[in-house]
Design a protein. Sequence first.
Length: 255
Amino acid sequence: MLLTDTHTHLYSEKFDADRDEVIQRALDAGVLRFFIPSIDASYTQKMYELETAYPENMFLMMGLHPTSVKENYKEELKHVFDQLNKRKFVAIGEIGIDLYWDKTHLKEQQKAFQTQIRWAKEFKIPIAIHCRDSFDEIFEILEKEKGDNLTGVFHCFTGTFEQAQRALGYNMKLGIGGVVTFKNGKIDQFLHKIPLENIVLETDAPYLAPTPHRGKRNESSYLILIAQKLADIYQIDIETVANITTQNSKDLFGV
């Protein structure tokens, strides 16, 4: 069984004490592919070191996370663009709009999001969207930028069925993680209406650990709990979930 974690922050400080052990547990659980989103320039070197240590397993993205969009966002965007011109990445991400913590820099977040979408088109790679309390704002920009040359994933999708349908209409896949196992997560109530071909699995480790680890540090080995939940929802075996969602990740990211 081959599982793919399409969104995991394995370079996080929360793994500094036992990163290799965390990765080995995931490998032992059948999670062999890890897609690594960027946050800002301060993490770039750690991402490269992770790739060097596990060259067959780690696939890097490059982008500016919306909560890192501050007064210096133009400098951060320059760093993203410089990296994109230096080497190959599998996606631009994670990018988007986050209005949960702070609405101060909404205009800058919108500008950064749209700019990075256009770079994704230029470099012919998908985007990984961070959307928190911001579906309307995200959809407004996607409506302007949509087209056959834009694809990607709504990372950590937690919206409604209607929002899921609209996201799919923009040629996006849904990244499903630990929230699907939560009693109040809600997405488990309608996910069966969405073809599994539109879904990729993720952990967002070290955040959003699935039940029964909710509230604790998440890690990529827990992806198997998310896959099992989807097997229950779709009433198929976990191997089929693993095979289909991994193929979806290959179709999306091209690796």
